[in-house]
Design a protein around this ligand. Structure first.
Ligand SMILES: [Zn+2]
Length: 253
């Protein structure tokens, strides 16, 4: 079994999954980096999976698909950006030869955003980040994002490893600490992310359980008193989530 990632651009990640001779690339936004990642493991992926359609995640897909003869899987709800070969609409499981993945539809960052669950790992695209959640500025809907967090993300196994589409840890966690200065888990995660960068290494992925302690978007109900102090009275967790999304959009650390 192979699971690896490479950074491209400033903070995007492409992932390689391989098992039993079958391999897939997730979000090959940069074709050269994606192909080099596959080559480094001697893999020849027949599948390309998109977490969503935004160009920074999909710009390399046509090139990679043509080089490898691979098929592109994604939700056609994001076809405004990239029309996939295979639409994931209504699919909760993908069987790609020897690769088996669960698919969780999480509209919000975009209409067609999905999470992939594979072998104890969650590939979260731009829906869930280390210390944060996706914005809704490019075709997204905060109300749908709130519903996806409460109905999907909140119910997933806390042991799952969180592998996002961007490394925004150092941008997100100061906001988390601004809301909740005594949050030891958020402080530890920020320290670990900074230390990894200084060493020239990639941050260690968190678990969903760790995110549930540190990430304000997964702690919306607990943060309601803090929001009330800031003049944002919330009647329930959903309103608190939307208030946190609003505050983060306006936040300039
Ligand atoms: Zn995106």
């Amino acid at each position: 079994m192979i699971f690896d990632r490479r950074r491209y651009g400033k903070d995007n990640y492409v992932y390689l999954l391989a098992e039993g001779g079958e391999a897939a690339l997730v979000d090959p936004g940069d074709s050269e980096v994606a192909l080099a990642l596959a080559l480094a493991h001697g893999a020849r992926p027949r599948f390309i999976l998109h977490t969503h359609g935004h160009p920074d995640h999909t710009d390399g897909s046509a090139e990679v698909a043509s080089c490898l003869g691979a098929a592109v899987y994604a939700s056609a709800a994001d076809a405004a950006w990239y029309a996939p070969d295979v639409d994931l609409a209504g699919r909760t499981e993908l069987v790609l030869g020897t690769l088996r993945l669960r698919v969780h539809a999480v509209p919000g960052h975009t209409p067609g955003s999905v999470l992939y669950e594979w072998s104890g790992r969650l590939l979260t695209g731009d829906t869930l980040f280390w210390g944060g959640a996706g914005n809704c500025r490019h075709g997204g809907d905060p109300a749908l994002l709130a519903d996806s967090f409460s109905s999907v993300v909140a119910r997933l196994d806390g042991a799952l490893e969180v592998n996002p589409g961007h490394d925004y840890a150092e941008a997100n966690l100061p906001f988390a600490l601004d809301l909740d200065p005594s949050n030891a888990r958020a402080r530890a995660q920020l320290g670990a992310a900074r230390a990894a960068r200084v060493r020239g290494e990639e941050p260690r992925p968190t678990t969903l359980e760790e995110e549930r302690s540190a990430n304000p978007f997964l702690r919306a109900a607990e943060l309601a008193p803090v929001l009330a102090q800031r003049g944002l009275a919330c009647r329930d967790a959903r309103e608190a989530f939307l208030a946190i999304r609003h505050l983060k959009d306006a936040w300039r650390g």
